[in-house]
Design a protein around this ligand. Structure first.
Ligand code: ZN
Length: 141
């Protein structure tokens, strides 16, 4: 069946990860949230991409985000099907970094959300068995 063949091919196709993706994951493991900054126009972007989303230039460097951000929206997840990682309930928020890009982050402590418009500090902390994930500590902001 054609669909099965595509599934087999998808399982066998492997390519090396893009350098910017490796850099971004390495930054998370060090506790840094890295953004791309375009060499041509200076725009910060996230998620990492091959070209600048503003001017389409290929050159960019990875720079640490300040972490200063404003909350766009927030919610507490109380049920997920079929399995849930992390344990319920957990809070999520979408923030806009002062550099411009938006980032989805976990709200800590678990089960809390944060008011839209709040000024917060985005951090990277070990979480859910991963070396680093973006988080907002509600009790600090
Ligand atoms: Zn650019």
């Amino acid at each position: 069946m054609m669909t099965d063949k595509y599934a087999e091919d998808a399982d066998t196709i492997q390519r090396p990860p893009e350098p910017w993706y490796v850099d971004h994951l390495a930054g998370l493991a060090r506790g840094e949230f890295l953004l791309q900054r375009c060499d041509a126009c200076g725009r910060h972007s996230y998620p990492p991409s091959v070209r600048c989303p503003e001017c389409f230039a290929p050159g960019k460097e990875m720079v640490p985000a300040s972490g200063a951000a404003t909350v766009i929206g927030s919610t507490v997840v109380r049920s997920v099907v079929p399995t849930t990682v992390p344990p319920l309930p957990f809070g999520m928020c979408l923030v806009r970094l002062d550099e411009g890009p938006q980032v989805l982050a976990r709200c800590l402590p678990a089960g809390h959300s944060v008011q839209p418009g709040s000024k917060v500090q985005l951090r990277v902390e070990p979480l859910d068995g991963l070396p680093g994930l973006p988080v907002v500590r509600v009790d600090e902001n």
